[in-house]
Design a protein around this ligand. Sequence first.
Ligand code: SF4
Ligand code: SF4
Length: 331
Amino acid sequence: MRNTKILPRVNKYGFYEIRMESIGGFGANVAGKILAQAAIVGMGLNGANFSSYGSEKMGTPMKTYVRLTEEDTVRINSPVTEPHLVVIFHTNLIQMLPVLEGIQENGKLVVNTNKPPEEIREEAKVPGGITIYCVDAFKIAVEEKVRINTPLLGAICRATEFIDGEQVKYYITKMFEKKYPHTIEPNRKAFDRGFNEVSIMEVPDDNKYPFVEYKPYVSPLGYENAPIGGAITDFGNAYIKDLSGSRAGYVAVYYPEKCIHCGFCSFACPDFCIIFKEETDPKTGKKLMFMKGIDYKHCKGCLRCVEVCPTEALRAEIEAEVSPEKLKSVV
Ligand code: SF4
Ligand code: SF4
């Protein structure tokens, strides 16, 4: 093993490597940039950072890589395939992709989830010796009105132990000071909460689940068998009408008994998800428009409808805790 002063461990090329598994729109790319700036410019390490996207950005899986070294040169530009730290921005990715592929023995895993690490261990089949850090970044993000990337940066600093949190907060400030200065303080607070609100579990060395070796990805779809029109059939896209991947953990839930059918929610919704139907008013016998519910297949979870509803007939609730019955689309 090489002698290092700051990095706790490195691979045979001298790198400590991080891979973020995310969905376009969650801010993993920005998180990677901030982390790399903090470590390279702020702490004097050397390194590289980049992201890889599919053909679509928003709502589809993407990866961000951060590679750090105490050597003078960085001559590797390929994706991180054997990371010391894996960060999962959305637990749906666990079922879809081999997110733990290549993770190093005694590596670390940061997960955005409201579940305890013990459950994540089973769900993701985490091998023994890995340390899991769970943080409810969706909850922190909604409460602080930021994206999930800054609370996850806090959890990443907690997991790596060597990345200076003050440097990360400095580069959070630099990132947002020109265009979004009003978001600096909420993002810095979300970082601190992400750092402090993690639940940690060292997975026992019990051989329950094996390590998954890295295998180069070969697309099962080519020009001979791709769906007509090149439709993307992964989760979170418009073709299968599932925008749950775009919703940041909270969803608008409709309580018809409180609704006065004022229509404010319909004016506020940017995606025409509020469904009104003409019916006969039992009191007057007149034909009127009545609010019937939300088209969740197209709802992106912006919660504007909740903000304008005068009677709390629409409420923001944590999507993972809402019964599937309530989230059935009315169309
Ligand atoms: S804004 Fe609220 S009260 Fe008005 S129609 Fe929508 S859900 Fe009903
Ligand atoms: S959360 Fe946003 S997209 Fe969904 S119904 Fe409300 S306003 Fe429309």
